[in-house]
Design a protein around this ligand. Structure first.
Ligand SMILES: Cc1cc2nc3c(=O)[nH]c(=O)nc-3n(C[C@H](O)[C@H](O)[C@H](O)COP(=O)(O)OP(=O)(O)OC[C@H]3O[C@@H](n4cnc5c(N)ncnc54)[C@H](O)[C@@H]3O)c2cc1C
Length: 435
């Protein structure tokens, strides 16, 4: 099937399928390549599609998406390594500001790929792109694992966090180990009546405390679906710890035995990686830019994640859509150079995703303290709370807390110095002392 295309999209998931759909709707000849047999098969099998996506102009087609459960709340549970729970809080959103919907990547990406095919894109599965074709400094297509060369005017790399194609094109480097979390997820079946009895019908759970050690920088989560739920945990690659150990600890805990053991059945184990902080600054995500001569990158490949929650489905779809649009405009103007494709950046900077990626206070905090230290500090705090609750704090916990807080002072000190006069003035105005 090698030949000439206007656009070759690598990866048929959230970013790639939407990019292919958008470019095909603009009348372009589009080839969508996917290394797996079924789209969505190689991605962690589920997650929460945040509400932002449903309000994004251009993503209106999501109203027909295969969704699982509508979520309105999150339960934060503090637990120790034996599964004793001293504290839990449930936060529920009010009226329309719901959290989002759980989705199964497998169903969702198959559906998105079908939309791209219906729009006129050609889809090819079981095909891995291993390199790009370079001519006179421009990207002119991709090379598959069988050595086949596929030419195109524009390549859209939507090949996930590792983005071999982005790296081969020279646009980005590998994310460093402190910016990548290895995740393991277990898929269990459960009946609707048990989901309701456990108060999981519209609520997901996150478990903090000594169930997971501070240096892995993660927590255990439970996401409910229509007839199943996912139990997952991550560990920073830099921690050199295997997240499976903590899932196994959870599966032996009192909490699991009391709540889940007799009413669920394990269906699948899944592994994947998620980039952290990659959205925040280009140096941290090892990404100089998101476009080049003949190439655009979208989704996790380009760090389009919400920097607060690390949610990436929405960012991947909106960046895929904008990459498809940019490719179509550049081709119609006959300019697919780096300059011609630079409008991509202008487009995404005008969307909500850019504000979610760039939250300034978080970016500054991470620049000052370091992302890894922040997660470890917050994990230390939750470990400390749990130990205090069981009246068994260790002196080392306090030491960790204090040493964790010291670098924070470097940021908090100047911040308070800058903001205090403003806060003081506001207070004076509020109390009527000044006008
Ligand atoms: C455990 C876990 C839980 C998560 N939970 C959530 C959540 O609740 N909410 C949320 O919004 N986000 C969540 N995320 C993040 C979300 O999964 C990603 O942000 C999202 O999948 C990014 O989509 P993408 O299309 O950019 O890349 P991916 O989903 O990674 O898809 C890349 C696609 O490209 C294909 N591919 C890769 N390389 C090649 C190649 N060389 N040739 C051909 N095909 C290739 C892959 O097979 C895949 O289909 C989670 C991530 C993990 C790991």
């Amino acid at each position: 099937m090698s030949g000439e295309y206007d656009v070759v999209v690598v990866g048929s998931a959230f970013a790639g399928a939407v990019a292919a759909k958008t470019a095909a709707e603009k009348g372009l000849r589009v080839l969508l390549l996917e290394r797996s047999t079924e789209p969505g098969e190689k991605i962690v099998s589920g997650g929460i599609l945040t509400h932002d996506a449903f309000n994004e102009p251009g993503l209106e087609f999501l109203k027909d998406a295969p969704l699982e459960r509508e979520l309105r709340g999150v339960r934060w549970i503090m637990a120790d390594e034996h599964g004793e729970v001293p504290l839990d809080f449930t936060f529920r959103s009010t009226d329309d500001s719901r959290v989002g919907y759980t989705i199964y990547c497998y169903d969702f990406c198959k559906w998105l790929t079908q939309l791209a095919v219906d729009a006129g894109a050609q889809f090819r599965n079981n095909t891995t792109a291993v390199d790009v074709i370079k001519q006179d400094g421009a990207i002119k297509g991709v090379v598959t694992e069988h050595g086949e060369k596929i030419n195109s005017q524009v390549v859209i790399a939507a090949d996930g966090a590792k983005s071999l194609i982005g790296i081969r094109a020279g646009i980005r480097r590998k994310y460093p180990p402190e910016n990548i979390e290895n995740c393991v997820v277990l898929d269990f079946t459960i009946s609707e009546s048990d989901i309701r009895r456990l108060d999981l019908a519209d609520t997901f759970e996150v478990y903090f405390g000594t169930l997971t050690p501070a240096d892995i920088g993660s927590y255990v989560w439970i996401f409910p679906y229509k007839q199943s739920f996912h139990l997952g945990v991550g560990a920073l690659v830099s921690s050199r710890k295997n997240p499976t150990i903590f899932l196994q600890r959870f599966l032996k805990s009192k909490l699991w035995k009391d709540r889940f053991e007799d009413i669920t059945k394990l269906r699948a184990w899944m592994w994947n990686t998620v980039p952290l902080w990659s959205a925040l600054d280009r140096e941290k995500r090892m990404l100089e830019k998101t476009h080049g001569n003949g190439i655009l990158i979208a989704g996790d490949a380009a760090g389009f994640l919400d920097s607060f929650t690390c949610a990436g489905f929405y960012g991947a779809m909106v960046s895929g859509m904008l990459a498809g649009e940019t490719a179509a405009e550049a081709i119609s103007k006959g300019d697919t150079t780096e300059e011609g494709l630079s409008t991509y950046e202008e487009k995404y900077k005008n969307r909500l995703i850019w504000r979610l990626m760039q939250r300034p206070w978080r970016r500054d905090l991470i620049a000052a303290i370091g992302g890894q230290k922040i997660i470890q500090l917050s994990s230390n705090i939750s470990n400390y709370i749990v130990r205090r609750a069981f009246d068994q704090p260790k002196p080392s916990d306090l030491m960790f807390l204090l040493t964790g807080l010291l670098p924070a002072l470097r940021y908090i000190g100047p911040f308070l110095n800058r903001k205090l006069p403003i806060l003081f003035d506001e207070l004076m105005l509020l109390t009527g002392v000044t006008k």
